[in-house]
Design a protein around this ligand. Structure first.
Ligand code: LHQ
Length: 258
């Protein structure tokens, strides 16, 4: 079985991290395959939303530690430069909404890959662990950038230093994720949200994502200029035309992502 299952259904690319015996922890093969599929999602007009989840009981336990211990393994610098940094950069730059459907434990780089998705959903029994400090590492995969921005400096700092397990309910309360659903209905409810996203004005969502990415470092004035540019581009899409026409004609819009 491939370490990432990939399918496209109803304009949604479903990427399932698939090393369930190892809690879907990442080895080199899986990290490179995920990048390959993210590129495919980015380029394919058949994909209007991406849904990332885990096979079995976990989402991902981050780096496969047996690969780190292997003297023949890729080594720390390659793991960062060739595995995690490109993965999170590709997700942030992917011009379509990316849903993290966190079905179980998300630890280390597994947690931080989820954090960089556009809509983070979690099953009620899932947990988030900044596991890095437990093995003497620092949080990577963009975690030190994103987590303090999501939940504030102090909570991020404590979670990263203590490596505590954060329940899905607590993660939702802190603002780390969008919604929690009961385990039994998680697949269905999270896919419903992906389906909604896949029917929305795809280009408008891509521009929204670009504006949010830029907002991390821009001044207010720079951000207003970015909004001007992106709003101008959005106003030239067919979906904008359709959205206005449908409103005036009092009918539901049919967006084609064009
Ligand atoms: C695993 C793993 C795993 C291998 C569970 N590897 N087998 C970047 C730069 C370079 C180097 C290092 O890494 C990074 C980024 C990182 O991600 S660093 C953080 C790496 N991840 C961790 O330290 C987490 C390690 N895992 C755990 O602490 C626990 O497994 C958690 C708390 C995630 C889940 O606990 P449980 O639900 O009790 O599951 P389990 O521990 O029983 O795991 C199930 C199986 O999966 C087990 O195998 P076994 O053969 O005994 O059934 C684990 O050995 C295996 N597994 N995580 N990261």
């Amino acid at each position: 079985m491939p370490s990432i299952l990939f399918s496209i259904e109803n304009d949604i690319a479903v990427l399932t991290l698939n090393r369930p015996d190892k809690l879907n922890s990442f080895n080199r093969e899986m990290a490179l395959l995920l990048q390959h599929h993210l590129d495919e999602c980015s380029a394919s007009p058949a994909v209007r939303a991406v849904y990332i989840t885990g096979a079995g009981k976990g989402f991902s336990a981050g780096q496969d530690l047996s690969e780190v211990a292997d003297p023949e393994g890729p080594g720390m610098i390659s793991i960062l430069h060739e595995h995690y940094n490109p993965i999170v950069t590709k997700i942030r730059n992917l011009p379509k909404p990316v849903v993290a459907a966190v079905n179980g434990v998300a630890a280390g780089a597994g947690a931080n890959i989820a954090l960089c998705c556009d809509v983070i959903l979690a099953a009620s029994s899932s947990q988030f662990i900044q596991a890095f400090s437990r093995i003497g590492l620092i949080p990577d995969s963009g975690g030190t950038y994103l987590l303090p921005r999501l939940i504030g400096w102090q909570k991020a700092s404590a979670l990263m230093m203590l490596g505590d397990r954060l329940s899905a309910a607590e993660a939702e309360r802190l603002g780390l994720l969008y919604k929690v659903f009961p385990d039994e209905s998680f697949g269905e409810e999270s896919m419903k949200i992906a389906r909604t996203l896949a029917r929305m004005p795809t280009k408008g969502l891509a521009y929204t994502k670009r504006a949010l990415n830029a907002s991390f470092t821009n001044s207010f004035e720079q951000q207003l200029q970015e909004e001007d540019r992106l709003q101008y581009a959005a106003s030239h899409t067919l979906d904008f035309k359709e959205g206005v026409a449908a409103f005036l004609e009092k009918r539901p819009p049919i967006f084609r992502g064009e």
